[in-house]
Design a protein. Sequence first.
Length: 308
Amino acid sequence: MEMLNSTDLCIVIPTFNRKKQLSALLHQFQQQKVKDIQFKIVVVVDGSTDGTNEVLQTEFPDVHIVKGSGNWWFTRSMNEGCKYAVEQLNAALIVMINDDVQISDNYLQNFINNYQTCGPNSVIGSCSYSASQPHVITFSGLKSRDIWQFKTFKYVESYSPKEPGELKGVAPSVTLPTRGLLIAAKLLKEINYLDEKYFPQYASDHDVVYRAAEKGAAVFVSYDAYVLEHMELTSGGNPRLAKSLGHFLKNIFSNKYSSNYFFKDVRMTWRHWPKLLFPYYIARILLAIPFIYVKYKFVINKKMQATN
């Protein structure tokens, strides 16, 4: 593979009122140990009111800023940042990443090493661990899916105790989140970026990876380019954080910005699972709702408390 030059790699970070976390992440990018590679950073500030713009201008003058209306939410923010990277900075490779994660000094170098191994027609995502200690793994990749059980199978069960860096190399994955996702700009343009219409806040990352795979891209999870995530900043729609069953159900059926929004799941199912089994899948989704609430609200909470 040809050596990357300074315009090849661009980091895109959407943010909203997370000045402290964003600043910490940008400092970590400044400390990256990369060989023969320069990179540019685009931060999409979607209406932040916490002084984010001022911090970027004074502490990170080399960062490219895209300002949103305050109503872009995650998906449009990510799209506008990626389009800026492609159209204004001539990026050939894009790393999409959340504003609330932490990275190691070798994060980008490990990502590039993985990409050079996996090939230019690959999409690679970071595995993730909790930032809090003791560390638990929060995403290890999805090794397969079963169309009859309507489920995916993880390499490592979520919230299992694991130390960052304990897992090595790459592994095929059914799909990936954007808590660190490397994709070629050409491929991203070909599949028309992330879907703002149906997935304004959640699932647009998994959807774009599914669509890339359907175009023939090879999908991998990287255990070398891992991130640490602040789990306490996860969506309020997460049943692990929901205050009541009523709050959880409201997020499911009426909040299109919730991670558990029912019609988001309907769209994802119709688009990426066998259509002949669609009625069966919808029945499974509906029947799973109380189970999901109980599992995450009580079982996972107790498991997390036990590790602290």
